[in-house]
Design a protein around this ligand. Structure first.
Ligand code: GLA
Length: 361
């Protein structure tokens, strides 16, 4: 059904926001560190029209049945479904002193949920941008990213960092966003011409709201406190020898973050030099660190990464996103990426028995 069929008016703005895949720099953002995400072709499209009252009517064509949900501004509730993101956006905007009125919105998305590809950031950032179109307010894209992060932190209860929101706001196709999550300084770094990305969803569902993500975050804060630094970002490879007194668990967690930050900086150099072999090697090291030190992988994801790494066209592969399920990203030669993705997905299906989805290319 169309917007007009749902709401009997025409939309006055349409905003498309992409999902993201993180190339490298995982679980570094809430440690004030570096990240290197880029966008995927899948988008969340929001059509919107302002209303003259305080009523919000919203429908997602991804839901079966696609029902219109209604609530009043100021009476937002923390529902356990996707509406929490909508109600979170209007709550955070209003309580931040940004004036909005009621609206009708139709959402349709090709960004898969639970795949570690930032479907929630595409939705929250997209909705704030759509509202900016119809209730003109003055917010820069980085300011929108911050508000969208607050929706997750303060309303949804997911204690995520700023990477996803900044990525979907600022990254561009075939350009990676090298972001310093402390200063929010960023640089767009072009992917080398021959670089082909492969993104495959393992079919194991991922969530940032569960205990694993928050527990990792707390471990990092504890390690930083014990090491007397503001954040683990303030330590480098030369400090790895100082981690022993933290005890085995915190030592592993801190080692991942510190080494991962260094890998992001190396990856940027490799990108700029067009050195795909080096970049692939960094992907492999990042995955090993997430698997062994940070312990956010799963047996299925490990298997998928192993299968990808064995493919002759692949330079390196790793788990992408928060972990505990979700997707992998692999680097291949551009011309060979489509065939390689098919081979990897087929082998995963045969060996693991789960249905993978190729999202890129
Ligand atoms: C999720 C969070 C991000 C980031 C990643 C891990 O995607 O939303 O803020 O912490 O996990 O790198």
């Amino acid at each position: 059904m169309t917007f007009e069929q749902y709401f009997s008016v025409a939309p006055s703005a349409t905003v498309a926001t992409p999902g993201r895949v993180n190339l490298i720099g995982e679980h570094t953002d809430y440690n004030d560190g570096f990240v290197l995400p880029t966008v995927i072709p899948q988008t969340t499209v929001i059509q919107i029209a302002a209303r003259k009252d305080q009523t919000v009517r919203v429908v997602s064509s991804n839901m079966q049945p696609a029902a219109v949900h209604t609530y009043t501004l100021g009476a937002e509730k923390k529902s356990g479904d996707w509406l929490v993101y909508i109600q979170g956006v209007t709550h955070i905007l209003r309580t931040s002193g940004i004036t909005i009125g009621g609206f009708d919105a139709l959402i349709s998305s090709t960004v898969p949920t639970g795949a570690g590809l930032s479907s929630s950031a595409a939705l929250t950032v997209g909705l704030i941008k759509a509202l900016r179109e119809v209730f003109p307010f003055d917010l820069t894209d980085p300011a929108i990213a911050r508000l969208a992060q607050r929706v997750e932190n303060e309303f949804v209860g997911a204690h995520v960092g700023i990477m996803d929101q900044m990525a979907v706001c600022l990254a561009k196709p075939r350009q990676a966003l090298f972001l310093d999550t402390r200063s929010l300084h960023y640089e767009l770094v072009a992917l080398p011409e021959q670089a082909g990305l492969i993104v495959i969803n393992s079919g194991v569902s991922h969530s940032n709201i569960g205990g694993g993500y928050s527990a990792r975050r707390r471990s990092c804060e504890e390690a930083a406190t014990q090491l007397k630094v503001k954040a683990l970002r303030d330590l480098g490879l030369a400090d790895l020898g100082r981690l022993k007194p933290l005890g085995a668990l915190l030592e592993k967690r801190a080692r991942h973050v510190i080494s991962e930050n260094a890998r992001v900086e190396s990856a940027v150099l490799a990108l700029k030099a067009g050195d795909l072999a080096r970049l692939g090697q960094l992907f492999k090291e990042s995955h090993a660190s997430m698997r062994d030190d940070y312990e956010v992988s799963t047996p299925e994801i490990d298997q998928l990464v192993t299968i990808a790494n064995l493919d002759p066209a692949v330079y390196g592969a790793r788990l992408t996103g928060g972990g505990f399920g979700g997707s992998i990203v692999a680097l291949a030669h551009l011309a060979e990426a489509p065939a390689a993705a098919k081979r990897i997905a087929q082998r995963y299906l045969e060996q693991v028995g789960k249905e993978p989805t190729i999202l890129v290319p």
